[in-house]
Design a protein around this ligand. Structure first.
Ligand code: NAD
Length: 424
């Protein structure tokens, strides 16, 4: 159907986990792999020039055996068009089911998308708001604080989340409903610590991984690929734990300072000059050099498909914390495993975001709000437990951490399913 079908990939991961768990029943495998519902909607919007344009949107609800569906809404136009986007949201909703199960939060997996690229298509703010409100209207029957709780994703922000909340509330007799969506601005019921969540969660994972290989974080060297939200906070929290960042990159290039630097100093430079490149005292290096720099901790936090087999063979780190989604190609996994490098798979390493989204929803539902430290502490508990559970399974079954993560997730959903069974 496509060169690479993301949903076929997600299904293969479920089947691989079932192999390890000894789940042979074809019906149960299909039950675990397929989304419960994929809603496709037509979104008619009056554009600024007065003409009507029809957009297509999706909401895929993969599994809610452990709790309401949870997952972002993205505005994007992947190659492969609308048919590809449908497969992509199905896959992404499946990955959300597993991500929530790994960190043991009582939520299931969902994902939504509208086929539009607001950046390249020069969609005005007013048009974007009309798309958002109409999309919210079209999916309003299937979302809700106890049903399905969307969140921001590619090219959507707290602004769109507030608009979706507003539409939902108006359709429900003006009922104040902050719990219908997460990733909201703080005055709209958002949670403290959401902005640092992904980087902080990745740092907690690295701390746990370091303990398992008896690596002292004091003086440990860190390489960051990317220098945005996830990587800068991961870098800053690792610094607080005693580590030293020695290299970083962005879309314009990569730099290294062998003796290390303060993340805040590089941020100051990037804010002034628009890139990490040219940072005083640094040397410019290639992407391959950055990824294969001798270091203790490598944090890929930029794009997918960065570590292929060739790079994997040259890696000289002890821990990889995948803050980005899908930075490692499947061909690289066995090579990395043989090299004894401990990988914190994306599904755990970047789960800080969904943990805090869950905590935002909890705070909304009880109408009582926690301090930054309380939220961070609660997230830490879930992430540390997720790491320990995955690590134990990887040792028990002699499998890599990525596969162990899926085994943990599938076993947790399976447990819920066994309690509930099939409604006749
Ligand atoms: P961001 O836009 O804040 O930062 C991305 C960084 O990557 C930027 O510094 C950009 O310059 C850099 N980059 C782009 N192309 C690059 C290239 N070719 N080489 C090196 N660097 C490049 O994004 P983010 O929120 O930090 O997200 C980064 C990754 O983490 C993504 O894969 C995202 O899906 C994942 N993630 C983020 C969150 C979150 O809450 N921020 C949650 C889950 C997953």
């Amino acid at each position: 159907m496509f060169k690479a079908d993301p949903f076929a990939n997600a299904t293969k991961q479920v089947n691989d986990a079932c192999d390890v768990l000894g789940i042979k029943d074809k019906g149960i495998r299909e039950y675990l792999a397929m989304p419960n519902r994929v809603l496709r909607v037509k979104i008619p919007v009056k554009m600024d020039n007065g003409k009507i344009r029809i957009f297509t949107g999706f909401r895929s609800q993969h599994n809610n055996d452990r709790g309401p569906y949870k997952g972002g809404i993205r505005y994007f136009n992947p190659e492969g068009g609308v048919p590809y986007m449908e497969r992509e949201v199905m896959a992404l909703s499946s990955w959300m089911t597993w991500k929530c199960a790994i960190v043991d939060i009582p939520l299931g997996g969902g994902k939504g998308a509208v086929y539009v690229n607001p950046k390249t298509e020069k969609i005005s703010d007013a048009e974007k708001e009309r798309i958002t409100r109409r999309f919210a209207f079209m999916i309003s029957e299937v979302i809700g604080p106890e049903k399905d709780i969307p969140a921001p994703d590619v090219y959507t922000t707290g602004k769109e989340m507030t608009q979706i909340m507003d539409v939902y509330s108006k359709l429900n007799g003006n009922k104040y409903s902050p719990g219908v969506i997460t990733g909201k601005p703080i005055p709209m019921g958002g949670s403290l610590a959401r902005n640092v969540a992904t980087g902080l969660g990745a740092a907690y994972c690295v701390r746990e991984a370091a303990k398992t290989i008896k690596l002292k974080l004091k003086g440990a060297t860190v390489v960051l690929q990317g220098f945005g939200n996830a990587s800068t906070f991961a870098g800053e929290y690792l610094e607080k734990m005693g580590a030293k960042v020695i290299a970083a990159s962005d879309s314009k290039g990569s730099i290294i300072v062998a003796t290390g630097f303060k993340v805040s100093k590089l941020l100051e430079h990037k804010n002034k000059k628009g890139s990490v490149v040219g940072f005083p005292g640094s040397k410019k290096i290639s992407t391959e050099q950055l990824l294969t720099t001798k270091c203790d901790i490598l944090v890929p936090a930029a794009l997918e498909n960065q570590i292929n087999a060739k790079i994997a063979k040259k890696l000289k780190c002890k821990i990889i914390a995948e803050a980005a989604n899908g930075p490692t190609l499947p061909e690289a996994d066995p090579i990395i495993y043989k090299k004894n490098i401990i990988v914190i798979p994306d599904i755990l390493a970047n789960s800080g975001g969904v943990c805090i989204s869950y905590l935002e929803w909890v705070q909304n539902n009880m109408g009582y709000y926690w301090s930054f430290d309380e939220v961070a502490k609660k997230m830490e508990v879930n992430i540390v437990k997720g790491f320990k559970d995955i690590y134990a399974l990887s040792k028990k079954h002699k499998i890599d951490m990525r596969r162990a993560a899926m085994v943990l997730a599938v076993s947790r959903v399976m447990e819920a399913f066994e309690h509930k069974g099939i409604w006749p």
